[in-house]
Design a protein around this ligand. Structure first.
Ligand SMILES: [Zn+2]
Length: 348
């Protein structure tokens, strides 16, 4: 399945050990809360960017006397190299006024404003700063941790516990039954807003176990033929979305009444509004739509006696879940969003 993951970082490569000191030509991504600073283009037609120069041209309030070089060295978190230039995330205090030309933006709001590659780096920067913020002290003994220079990790100098960035794998699955797909609506979702079954993988589960369990728990049905389709980082704050397609294998669609208040089969002519942006949810649905269109064409051509047209159109039956409807808006892909629940109380 062809899916471009918006938050997959492909313009940075990591070089370890990372530099001892912030290089003179380093570029910085300033992070505040869960967003980044964007520099507007210097001319009307130039593209805004999240990348700022470290030295010596920090503008206005962000220049050296505010974020001193030593503090930058201490606080900058290596993201990777962009070509030959080392790239870092730096947390900016919330009360620091932004100079002219810089504006603060949440990551999702950057879509379409900055180049696609920068959108992914912005999400990574926010994620790494959050990781840094939440691992300043050892979770086992409470001592202050130190960054490791040879990999993305923090180590406790006292008990040697290592803390890596947390990733929370989550599954999303398009379940097919005849010409329809399963869509669910969370108790907290807006009216008419449907999504695919999604949820977090739990300890002790294979990913396929998680797919089966989530569909059973949320919709009360059994599935078979679970097939992996695509993945994407979903850094709000730290999910990795794994997309699957599966086939119905029994039971009546019955919402759990707690997390899910409605579970329905929807055919291609009755899909809810599709999400505006390219998400894994949307990609799974589009893939199914394309497959069901191909199947219809195949049936039509078979009926008309044209052998060339049939091909293996039904072929996608096994692997291509394409489209359908749901109403996954921007957040409907968040695995906990159906019920408005969150993991660790954070934005999902
Ligand atoms: Zn420790």
């Amino acid at each position: 399945m062809d899916h471009r993951a918006r938050f997959a970082v492909d313009c940075l490569h990591k070089q370890y050990p990372e530099p001892d000191r912030l290089p003179e030509d380093a570029c910085l991504v300033f992070v505040r809360d869960r967003g980044v600073c964007v520099r507007k283009g210097s001319t009307k037609d130039s593209t805004p960017t999240i990348f700022q120069t470290a030295f010596p041209d920090l503008p206005g309030e962000l220049k050296r006397d505010e974020l001193k070089r030593d503090e930058l060295n201490r606080d900058a978190r290596y993201l990777g190299h962009r070509g030959a230039v080392a790239c870092y995330a730096v947390e900016v205090p919330g009360d620091l006024p932004l100079p002219e030309g810089l504006a603060y933006s949440g990551v999702r709001e950057l879509a379409g404003l900055v180049p696609d590659g920068e959108l992914a780096v912005a999400a990574l920067a926010v994620q790494i700063v959050d990781y840094d913020r939440t691992t300043r002290f050892c979770g086992r003994c409470g001592a202050a941790t130190e960054p490791v220079r040879t990999e993305r990790a923090k180590i406790c100098p006292s008990c040697h516990r290592i803390a890596y960035p947390r990733l929370s794998p989550a599954i999303i699955v398009l379940v097919r039954k005849g010409g329809s797909i399963l869509m669910v609506r969370g108790g907290g979702a807006a009216p008419g807003r449907y999504s695919l079954v999604a949820g977090f993988v739990e300890p002790g589960e294979t990913i396929e176990d998680a797919v089966r369990r989530e569909v059973r728990e949320e919709a009360g049905i059994a599935i078979k033929n679970i097939r992996y389709r695509a993945s994407e980082p979903w850094p709000f704050p730290d999910s990795l979305m794994l997309g699957f397609v599966a086939d119905y294998d029994g039971g009546d669609a019955a919402p759990d009444g707690v997390e899910i208040e409605s579970a329905v089969w929807v055919d291609r002519d009755h899909l809810p509004d599709l999400p505006p942006q390219l998400s894994l949810t949307r990609a799974l649905i589009d893939d199914w739509m394309a497959g069901s269109a191909a199947s219809a064409a195949s049936v039509a051509s078979a009926a008309s006696g044209d052998p060339a047209a049939g091909g293996d159109a039904s072929g996608d039956r096994g692997s291509s879940p394409q489209s359908s409807s749901q109403s996954p808006q921007s957040s409907s892909q968040d695995p906990g969003a159906q019920a408005g629940s969150t993991k660790d109380g954070e934005e999902r």
